[in-house]
Design a protein around this ligand. Structure first.
Ligand code: TIU
Length: 242
């Protein structure tokens, strides 16, 4: 039997975050062509998708470290059934997009499962053994089996990254927190079309003593992930949660 993995403690806001890689999942939110590349849903809503590009190498580095540790990895994709029966009419109408969800765009039908634009970008393609979770909403727990997948794998903590910070990342972290998961949001592994929303969304998570989670940069997280058992220099174990 493998020896138990010691906890990792990383510098984080509002205070150091401790987790055991064996009971922690990396959850990568919606790193899809539809949000990150031209011609997709994000652009049809009037956004500059290049603002999200800096997240790609960061998520790639965290993903590589998580794979190295043998951690549970979950990739989510926002999108709808081809017949759009799971698409609320209000969601289709909202945003006054140049192309609505389900319309034919340059990368296939916008935000529809099975289309090129709906899939995860090549740089972060899932590998065998990693769950790809299709979700119709902004939160990854709504109308999905994510809760069951995490419970069945004995997961207690989540490392969360992806796009966009104040929409799908926030909604998912709020849902996870209410379900008892301890969430660390990777600051530079998240991105928004609105840099000011990104900054405030991160502050909202760690404010009020970590009202629904912690945040840390990839530079703070990655050394701990590559050497499990390491403890950040200024950690305060009495304030961390198991
Ligand atoms: N538009 C926007 O900022 N986000 C979304 O619609 N979905 C996600 O955040 N994935």
């Amino acid at each position: 039997m493998a020896p138990p993995t010691p906890p990792v403690t990383v510098e984080a806001r509002p205070y150091p975050y401790s987790f055991d890689p064996a009971t922690t999942a990396l959850v990568i939110i919606d790193m899809q062509r539809d949000f990150l590349e031209p011609g997709g849903f994000g652009e049809t809503l009037g956004n500059d998708v290049s603002l999200l590009a800096p997240t790609i190498p960061v998520v790639g580095a965290v993903l590589a470290a998580a794979r190295e540790q043998g951690m549970t990895v979950i990739h989510t994709r926002e999108g709808h059934r081809p017949d759009l029966t799971d698409l609320p009419p209000a969601k289709k109408a909202r945003g006054n997009p140049t192309l609505a969800i389900g319309d034919e765009g340059p990368r296939g039908r916008i935000l529809v499962r099975g289309e090129e634009g709906h899939d995860i970008i090549d740089d972060l393609a899932p590998i065998e053994g990693e769950a790809v979770l299709d979700k119709p909403g902004k939160g990854a727990f709504y109308a999905t089996d994510l809760g069951a997948i995490l419970r069945n794998a004995g997961i207690k903590s989540l490392l969360v990254c992806g796009v966009t910070t104040e929409v799908c990342v926030h909604t998912t972290v709020r849902e996870a927190n209410d379900r008892g998961f301890e969430c660390l949001v990777i600051e530079d592994g998240c991105g928004s079309y609105f840099p000011e929303f990104h900054a405030m969304a991160l502050r909202m998570i760690s404010a009020q003593g970590g009202i629904f989670g912690w945040t840390a940069t990839s530079a703070e997280l990655l050394p701990g992930l590559s050497t499990p058992g390491s403890v950040a220099a200024e950690s305060a174990p009495s304030t961390t949660l198991a």
